[in-house]
Ligand binder design. Sequence first.
Ligand code: HEM
Length: 511
Amino acid sequence: MSLSLFPYILAAIALLLMYRWSFSKKLTGLPLPPGPQSLPFLGNVGDIDIARPWRTYSEWKKKYGPIVSCRLIGQTVVIINSEIIARQLLDQRSAIYSDRPAGPVPKLFGIDFITAFLPYGDTLRLHRRLFHQALRPDAADSYRDLYLDKARQLLSNLLDSPKAFEKHLFLYTASIIMSVTYGHDKVCWDAPPIKSVAELVELINVGLPPERSAILTAFPILTRLPAWFPGASFQRIAQRTRRLALESMDEPFEYVKRNMVTGNAPKSLVSDLLTELDEGKEAFPEQAVKHIALTVFVAGFDTSSSTLSSFILAMVLHPEAQRLAQHEIDAIVGVDRLPDFYDRPSLKYVEAVFRETIRWHVVAPLGLPHATSSDDVFGGYFIPKGSLILPNICRLFRDMSREGHDDPDAFKPERHFAGDGTLLPDTIAAKPMWGFGRRGCPGRFIAEAALWSAVVHLLAAFRMTKAKDEAGKEIEVKEEFTTGVVCRPIPFQCSFVLRSTDREKAIRLSD
Ligand code: HEM
């Protein structure tokens, strides 16, 4: 295609999109949900803080109410700023709200087979059924010894090299995922598949926020630009992700298959599903197992380790909450052993700290976008087919600030207790952080248990404090987070001070 035609093609697409928009309005006569005025072609692109769009969306809640619509280059976007409305639409009308935005980006990046990017249909249903089999609550509970072993390994790694704590958090999550998915017991930071998955996840995270992919979706023709073309750096990212996706998928999968041939494959999601295929109990393409296995990695790796990094940041910034949680652990668990899952019901303040960590800075502030698969009408507003639906999850959490604790930005574990001092009954598994409806996170039970295990072990073993510089002065730590689909604290320094030599013995014993 000659590049001189480019502006004309863009203009033609814009006209087409504007025509489609006005046509859809005429269909029902009902207005779209309220929202800011949009410019004819770009829509509201200029109004949105592209790095942290959830901030703009929260501002819009104050102006336009809990359901807001805007336009992103021809695309209708509906932002939901109320958990009740999110549940009414995404849970209760899930037959309409369970699609993902269509567009060329996942294919361009070579990751269109990953469950999170699949459109609603047969392949998605198959993936979700297989996930349910492998990750449902009782299956997640069967891995408790694994979470405990890996948490103790995490403590041991921190004793050996505390400065590399971010890397140890990644390894903790990666080693649980590798064990559950492929039965790989030992994982190494600098070798595939961890190295390639880590890079793949990072590239997807920065390259795929919906506000950015909207541009490529509106102008799919841009995906044909060569990588050297000014502004087409996404092509270089896409080349890299295509390679990384294949590498990360093939190597561990073939490892399981080789071990199955020699009868040495430990129990894992992949070996269980391949056995069912071999025995004729299931009939689906082998490829599906490969795809869901990589999905577990991509979906679980960064989200879980970022949550743990937020927890450590919260403890460094809020030493009093940390002290109270540790006091409770010492009283209930004692100092000569490490905590176990049977301690969990008694560790109520630890539970409140855990809930507050998750509420304080939600790891995926907008979750993943849903899309409507047909027109809908809600509260007198028209929501056209193909709209992008964004639940503003971090806003929903901030609104959960309780009576008497109305400072939603503060870290206050106390807000999770009722006036009489009892822990409120809501559980983490029911929270909006896992998304909604038929697309809700299938890994939530494993993720939640693995996170709790790490949190309680870190509290038991270490006082997490600000690090000191060479002059003995505390190095300041800020409450600052990266941007993207998944957000984690900006790298910070901290010290892990061992709380008791008895606990060190317990950690070393479990090595
Ligand atoms: C802190 C950890 C995690 C958080 C906060 C999280 C959150 C989310 C969210 C918000 C979504 C989108 C839901 C929606 O569209 O409504 C999602 C999807 C998904 N998550 Fe998680 N997740 C976590 C860990 C995991 C783990 C450990 C696994 C796998 C074991 C996993 C597997 C998935 C999959 C497969 C999807 C795509 C579901 C679909 O599109 O149908 N996640 N997750």
